[in-house]
Design a protein around this ligand. Structure first.
Ligand SMILES: O=C(O)C(=O)C[C@]1(C(=O)O)C=C[C@@H](O)C=C1
Length: 297
């Protein structure tokens, strides 16, 4: 049986020559018209093919499976709704490497079937992160908010069932694909609304250390005063920019914490020096990847 990955590679007919670049097949959370698909196209180009998964857990499983995909794209944080904490745990247990990141401007829209007006709406369906990005708009109404797997899938469902009382929050691309009306455009709480996505690959497919100016690491510190401050001091002394520090509980540890840190630097040697110096101050330090800082799109 041909896997979806092989199918996608042979779509154009003949097997690609050795010199020909093969469009990657990438696992995403969501379906046709979702923001992950747009992020995949932005990063890999229009020819990328996607393996649509219902949950982030499935995305990671698909990314780890060589017969299914070449890796995945996973949202990790949003500038309005904040960090997607469960994804930090998934990243940690996955063993996958970060090879890139994407900051993508997200416009959320209220979509309905043609003929439906604001006063007809009783429920609004969307991905939890999308709903959270639109609370200020949604708070004006008494609609029931329903969390779904995906923005685009919500749009597809209201079109499919010709719903008269349900709206979806999704992209204008989803509106086009499923022939829905944009009843209210750009309803996210702040005009500027960015989601950061990580590009992950299996470690064996990351041939050599990436050339980059950003890195993500994970570490634990002992439960003693000043332990984290000492680590941060080393980072500061080396003039490395700590662009994100996220603490999250170690599962099953009665609230002991681990830290995820993103760092930006001009010289890779400086980053390695920081790692050398903080290793004795931390436990279980892990480098998730060295990659090129994403451009805000
Ligand atoms: O539902 C989608 O369209 C997704 O791609 C998921 C997702 C997310 O996980 O944050 C992606 C970007 C937006 O922030 C809203 C939802």
């Amino acid at each position: 049986m041909t896997s979806k990955k092989e199918e996608s590679k042979s779509k154009e007919g003949d097997a690609p020559s050795l010199t020909e670049e093969v469009a990657p097949h990438i696992a995403i959370q969501g379906y046709e018209g979702c923001f992950h698909q747009q992020a995949a196209q932005y990063y890999f180009g229009k020819h990328v093919t996607v393996e649509c998964c219902a949950t982030f857990k499935e995305v990671i499983a698909a990314a780890k499976d060589k017969s299914r995909t070449d890796g995945c794209i996973m949202a990790i944080e949003n500038s309005i709704a904040g960090s997607i904490l469960p994804n930090y745990n998934l990243l940690q247990s996955s063993g996958l490497k970060i090879v890139g990141e994407i900051y993508m401007q997200i416009h959320q829209n209220l979509l309905v079937n043609h003929g439906v007006e604001l006063e007809d709406i009783k429920e609004v369906h969307s991905h939890t992160m999308a709903l959270q990005q639109c609370y200020e708009f949604l708070d004006q109404y008494k609609w029931k908010l329903v969390e779904t797997e995906d923005t685009a899938l919500s749009a597809k469902h209201i079109a499919q069932y010709k719903s008269k009382h349900i709206a979806a929050i999704a992209s204008t691309l989803a509106a086009e694909i499923y022939d829905l009306k944009v009843l209210a455009p750009k309803i996210q709480t702040l005009k500027k609304n960015y989601t950061r996505f990580l590009v992950l690959k299996r470690p064996e497919d990351v041939k050599e250390e990436q050339i980059g100016n950003k890195a993500s690491i994970n570490f634990k510190t002992i439960h003693k005063e000043g332990a984290l401050a000492r680590v941060l001091g080393v980072i500061a002394i080396h003039k490395v920019n700590l662009s994100k520090l996220q603490s999250f509980p170690i599962p099953g540890s009665d609230f002991k914490y681990q830290f995820h840190a993103d760092m930006e630097f001009d010289n890779i040697k400086t980053f390695h020096r920081v790692i050398e110096k903080i290793t004795p101050l931390t436990e279980g330090i892990k480098i998730y990847g060295i990659y090129k800082k994403g451009i805000w799109k």
